[in-house]
Ligand binder design. Structure first.
Ligand code: ATP
Length: 126
């Protein structure tokens, strides 16, 4: 903000990590994203993903989790502004949740496209 002395860089990072850990602690969906990401990493390690496939998976983990953080931020700001039911509050919360959902659906489709052929090949080789 103008006129205010900026926090040192390490402080900014520590606030950002605080936000990430708060979201992990409080949001069930974030826990689900992390569990799914962990399973994908294990499956990817077993099936031997290529560098490109790892990049795609990591990019999608980042996209979904970053949108979950933004969704949590939108929910918090809406709740801060009003505890009353309001159509604009509903639009803000529902569209932010929709953003996470779109990314998660696309990530699931991309995951299937990568993992199903590799998984079938792996099973055939057993
Ligand atoms: N102030 C409000 N005015 C109108 N509708 C609201 C309001 N607060 C919440 N809602 C509606 O209720 C839904 C659930 O809101 P809530 O704040 O409980 O989010 P949530 O379900 O806890 O989100 P998450 O799934 O991330 O935990 C919203 O998506 C919205 O449709």
């Amino acid at each position: 903000m103008a006129g205010r002395k900026k926090d040192p860089l390490h402080k900014s990072f520590s606030y950002a990590f605080e936000g990430i850990f708060t979201c992990i602690r409080n949001e069930r969906n974030m826990k689900i994203h992390i569990a799914v990401a962990a399973l994908v990493v294990i499956a990817g390690w077993i099936l031997g993903l290529s560098i490109t496939e790892w990049c795609i998976c990591l990019g999608l983990f980042g996209l979904v989790m970053a949108l979950e953080l933004v969704n949590t931020a939108v929910e918090a700001v809406v709740d801060l502004v009003t505890t009353e039911r309001h159509p604009l509050a509903k639009i803000a919360k529902d569209t932010a949740a929709g953003a996470v959902l779109i990314a998660a659906i696309m990530a699931a489709i991309v995951g299937l496209l990568i993992f199903v052929p590799k998984g079938l090949l792996f099973l055939k080789q057993l």
